[in-house]
Design a protein around this ligand. Structure first.
Ligand code: HEC
Length: 115
C-alpha cells in the first residue's frame, strides 16, 4: 500500500509537465536497463520490452500496463518493490538500477496513456 501511495504522489507531482513519450523518453531507459533480459532473444517471463507493441502485449502475467493507471500497472509496481522481492525490476543484483527520476518518468508515461 505504501508503494502505491508513493507512486500516486510521484505521478501527481509530474502531471503538470508535458507527457513523456515512448520513443523520446522511455525507450532509452528500457534499452539501457531492461533489454538484456526482456529483448528479442531473451524474454524473461515471456515479456519483451523491445517495442511499444511488445510492451502492450505483456508477459505471462498478461497485460503489464494499464494505460492511464500506473497504480494498476504491474510494470510500474515492480520497479518500486523492496530489494529482496524477486519480482523487483531490475533485480537488485544488477548494476544498472533505475534512478528515482527514471521511475517517475515511467509512471508519468503510463499515466499519460503509455504512448
Ligand atoms: C537480470 C535480468 C532482468 C533485468 C535486467 C530486468 N528484468 Fe524484468 N524480469 C526478470 C525476471 C527473471 C522476471 C520474472 C520474475 C518473477 O516473476 O519471478 C522478470 C519479470 C518482469 C516483468 C513481469 C512480466 C510478467 O508477465 O509477469 C516485468 C513487467 C518486468 N520484468 C519488467 C522489467 C523492467 C521494466 C526492467 C528494467 C527496468 C526489467 N524488467 C529488467 C529479469 C530481468
Amino acid at each position: 500500500m505504501r508503494v502505491l501511495l508513493a507512486l500516486w504522489v510521484m505521478v501527481g507531482a509530474l502531471s503538470s509537465a508535458e507527457p513523456p513519450t515512448f520513443k523520446r523518453d522511455i525507450a532509452p531507459i528500457f534499452k539501457a536497463k531492461c533489454k538484456k533480459c526482456h529483448g528479442l532473444l531473451v524474454k524473461q517471463k515471456g515479456f519483451s520490452l523491445r517495442s511499444l507493441k511488445a510492451i502492450r502485449k505483456g508477459g505471462e502475467s498478461g497485460a503489464v500496463i494499464v494505460p492511464g493507471k500506473p497504480e494498476l500497472s504491474i510494470l510500474v509496481q515492480q520497479l518500486s518493490l523492496p530489494a529482496q522481492n524477486p519480482k523487483r525490476m531490475p533485480p537488485i543484483v544488477e548494476k544498472a538500477q533505475l534512478t528515482e527520476a527514471e521511475k517517475k518518468l515511467i509512471a508519468a508515461w503510463v499515466k499519460a496513456g503509455a504512448k
